[in-house]
Ligand binder design. Structure first.
Ligand code: T3D
Length: 259
């Protein structure tokens, strides 16, 4: 698949999407956002893809909105959010396959929001997270106001947002923003090990788990319980369920097919 501002590759059940504007620290243009959205949707529909990795080319994950790009920028920034940023965040969070963010460097502004929209984050020791918006007189977008307080609590989210100061990968780990912190040279290796592990999992059940978790963040317990019951019926109808049970009884590793 041909893209201008991202790279897309599929290998051994893992699709890797690489933000590819390293000279501007992978700053986000409408083209990049739309290509990224298309790549996620393509990976979502491709039965050969069972896990997706999102990372950045060069020394940054993403520096957020491209502040030099005036294409398509209007007086209403909400137009840009509705046309580019919000659809991407929605696609990522509703796509029923695991997404791992391999955070290779700074994730600022909307780049931080996109990192937070991944299901897991594995960060290099060179990574940092900046809610950069207030530094340029804007408010947090791309889901940051939703994701961040749920991960780190209101007070820390508020402080990050009003100061626009960077949070190191080490602090991000202490605060629960990332799953794993790794030496920079090992980021690809550790991320691929995780991606291969998830790609060998019961993909349908993992996707439904993501759907249930996202729903449970918004509804009362009774509703979450009922939703779990409904989704469990779907999971139980997959071939991976009897395979998982058979593998347990036969004391062997399950050979999940993802459907
Ligand atoms: O506008 C809309 O569409 C609405 C949506 C808004 C959502 C948002 O994301 S708002 C927040 C936008 N992002 C920022 O405010 C962050 C701006 N960048 C920085 O603060 C710093 O660059 C970093 C802290 C991320 C990294 O600092 P450092 O010192 O490692 O690198 P640098 O020297 O500042 O940047 C390197 C190059 O990347 C430089 O280009 P040059 O001078 O070598 O030609 C710099 O201009 C460029 N760059 C960095 N960030 C952006 C950027 N170019 C365009 N847009 C950027 N956001």
């Amino acid at each position: 698949m041909e893209f201008q501002e991202i790279l897309y590759a599929v290998e051994n059940g893992v699709a890797t999407i690489t933000l590819n504007r390293p000279k501007s620290l992978n700053a986000l243009t409408m083209t990049l956002l739309r290509e990224c959205d298309k790549a996620f949707k393509t990976a979502g529909k491709d039965p050969a893809v069972r896990c997706i990795v999102l990372t950045g080319m060069g020394r940054a994950f993403s520096a957020g909105a491209d502040l030099k790009d005036t294409t398509e920028r209007t007086a209403n920034l909400s137009d840009a959010l509705r046309a580019g940023y919000n659809p991407l965040i929605t696609t990522m969070t509703t796509l029923e396959k695991p997404i791992i963010g391999a955070i290779n460097g700074v994730a600022a502004g909307a780049g931080c929001g996109i990192a937070l929209a991944c299901d897991m984050r594995i960060a290099s020791e060179k990574a940092s997270f900046i809610q950069a918006f207030s530094g340029i007189g804007l408010i947090p977008d791309s889901g940051s106001t939703w994701f961040l307080p749920r991960m780190v609590g209101y007070a820390r989210a508020f402080e990050m947002m009003v100061t626009a100061e960077p949070i190191s990968a080490e602090t991000a780990q202490q605060w629960g923003m990332i799953n794993h912190l790794v030496p920079h040279a090992q980021l690809t290796e550790v991320t691929l090990a995780w991606a291969n592990r998830l790609a060998a999992g019961p993909t349908r059940a993992l996707g439904l788990t993501k759907r249930a978790l996202n729903k449970a963040m918004r509804v009362p317990l009774t509703d979450a319980l009922e939703y779990e019951a409904q989704l469990q019926d779907i999971a139980a109808r997959t071939a991976d369920f009897p395979e998982g049970v058979a593998a347990f009884l036969q004391k062997r590793k399950p050979n999940f097919k993802g459907f």
